[in-house]
Design a protein around this ligand. Structure first.
Ligand SMILES: Cc1ncc(COP(=O)(O)O)c(C=O)c1O
Length: 370
């Protein structure tokens, strides 16, 4: 990688010496996967850190979505957002479920609860919102509607590691939440993910489902899948958990610098922190108003790229624009005006724990200069 390039993210890596030491222990134990000691330790440590009852580790953040839908026996139609990473909608498709897209809220990027009721049909069984960029959805409004219509709520919380509202983890909302521990995330295990579960019985069922459905040596209770996290990545995760608070604080400082420098730039919009919310600063999206800024989002995006600053148009295009989903009635552009506006104006600026003051100044100067 060219040293002059500033990438949108950079992985939080454990200290290599400590990792080597822990690897020696894994080697000595000769137990490298299948619910070993580090897997159990990381589940416990994460449950404590995240302030949630149960965590089940997975090999990535897509499989807990797919498995969670199976565990809750979701069928028919599920109301969801087009403004997310494709894995959200793919998890429905893999379960033979029809995604029904509704529009999002400009203030949060998450689904607009006011749009849910109109999308409910006799086939609707659940809602799958996304805490996009780690910004909390309106969980109370969503739960009220779910309760009224007897729907399940599965949160794709891939971005919401450690996010709390008034001291309570956002991951406790709904029936299940899922996390991604991909290398690009605030907390990573290289590849990895987790499901957040509220009761012991469901935790047991999920643990069976992620291990082919095995419930003991000779019994298979359901057509499960293999999505267990191994010991090496669990050990890596335990080391990374020790430094994640410092990484979140470093990201917070980057957000403060961006906001200070961009506050008065005409045509550049961004979000401020929400009082009472513990944010994780996983992303820093800006929204370009071409008329006021004098350049389109794409002009700015490519100008940044030319100068070695790799932002990301995240999320663009909308999931509803991909050929797989474009034909769905709910994918029609008129149904999703706010989502289209956001997808057409967003650039996620570089955001990670290791950005230097010079990096930040370089990024800002390109945006301010245009
Ligand atoms: C919103 C969202 N959901 C799901 C996923 C899938 O996670 P993974 O890449 O760990 O499978 C991602 C990954 O980027 C994501 O951003």
């Amino acid at each position: 990688m060219n040293k002059n390039i500033i990438t949108v993210t950079s992985p939080l890596l454990p200290n290599l010496e400590e990792f080597t030491k822990i690897l020696q222990e894994v080697w000595d134990s000769k137990w490298i996967t299948n619910n070993g000691s580090y897997h159990k330790q990381l589940e416990q440590a994460l449950a404590e850190y995240l302030k949630v009852p149960f965590v089940s580790l997975f090999t990535n953040g897509t499989l807990p979505l797919i498995t969670g839908l199976q565990a809750l026996r979701i069928t028919g139609e599920v109301i969801t957002t087009p403004y997310s990473f494709v894995a959200t909608t793919h998890s429905l498709w893999w379960n033979g479920i029809k995604p029904v897209f509704i529009d999002i809220d400009w203030e949060t990027g998450c689904i607009n609860p006011d749009k849910i009721e109109a999308a409910i049909t006799p086939k609707t069984t659940a809602i799958m919102p996304v805490h996009v960029y780690g910004k909390p959805c309106n969980i109370n409004a969503i739960q009220n509607i779910a309760d009224k219509y007897g729907l399940k709520v599965i949160y794709d919380a891939a971005h919401a590691f450690g996010v709390e509202v008034n001291g309570e983890s956002i991951l406790n909302a709904g029936d299940l939440s899922t996390l991604s521990f991909h290398a690009t995330k605030v907390f990573n295990t290289v590849e990895g993910g987790a499901m957040i579960i509220h009761d012991e019985k469901t935790k047991q069922r999920i643990d069976y489902l992620k291990n082919f459905g095995f419930a003991g040596e000779t019994e298979v209770i359901a057509p499960g899948i293999n999505s267990k996290m191994d010991e090496i990545r669990s050990a890596y995760g335990l080391l990374n958990l020790r430094q994640v608070d410092a990484a979140i604080e470093a990201r917070h400082q980057v957000a403060i610098s961006y906001r200070k420098a961009l506050r008065d730039v005409e045509g550049i919009e961004f979000w401020d922190d929400i009082p009472g919310v513990r944010h994780n600063y996983s992303y820093f999206p800006i929204f370009v108003d071409a008329k006021k800024y004098g350049k389109t989002r794409d002009e700015l995006y490519f100008k940044m790229r030319e100068q070695g600053v790799w932002g990301r148009r995240y999320f663009y295009p909308l999931i509803s624009e991909f050929s797989t989903y474009r034909g769905l009635p709910s994918a029609a552009k008129e149904n999703l005006p706010v989502a289209h506006k956001m997808a057409d104006s967003v650039i996620c600026l570089p955001m990670h724990h290791a950005l230097s003051t010079e990096d930040i100044e370089r990024i800002i100067s390109i945006i301010v200069k245009q």
